[in-house]
Design a protein around this ligand. Sequence first.
Ligand code: SF4
Ligand code: MN
Length: 220
Amino acid sequence: MSKLCKFAACQNRSKIELFNKLDYSSNTKASKNAMSLGTKLHEIYSKHHGSFDRLRLRVELARFYGMVLQRQILIDNIQVMLRGIYDDLIVNFNPLTQAKTVSLIEVKTTSKPRLTRQEIASAILQLQTYVYMMKPMLQSLGWVLDDTHFVEVYSQKTYKLIQKVPVAEHADMENYIKYMVEVFLGLAPKQYPPEYVCRTCPKNVKLKCGRYLANHKINK
Ligand code: SF4
Ligand SMILES: [Mn+2]
């Protein structure tokens, strides 16, 4: 899911990452450490957000739909399979109405002071895709989705929450997924990001990017 949702930052990068087996063995030790620290932080995060309702709902979801959630949709005769593991959720309680609603959480970790605009855009799209994917599942289990969900960004240095972005449900997710599919199939023109975005693109992706190769000489 996170590869698909890089679409919001660079359409070409998400296509390359989704449809190629990329060799990440050239990743530096530092980036590997950052990745495993990211995974660890995700775990620490979930342990500290325990409420009874949250745990109950997580267990119900896993029991009925499995650990890896998936939803199949048919768009213009093309089968699209969304698959992924959501990060977390919170169950909100409104004492006035006694109503409980569910907000989904997308957790990101970073060693930088903040995520870039493109990284936030990808995280928002990822969260909205999970909202779209999980809405019928939550409804079937008798839960109501809240209007607001959150992207939470944690520092890999201090473990503190450094950014919290409220996110609404996507207005027309089905149409947006259709657009992504059209771009991947070459039926809609691919939009490229401004060139400064390429500075944070991994080398093994750059080596497969036509625009990058056309503009730069790369030492392989
Ligand atoms: S090098 Fe730039 S244009 Fe190419 S995939 Fe990476 S971010 Fe996208
Ligand atoms: Mn995450």
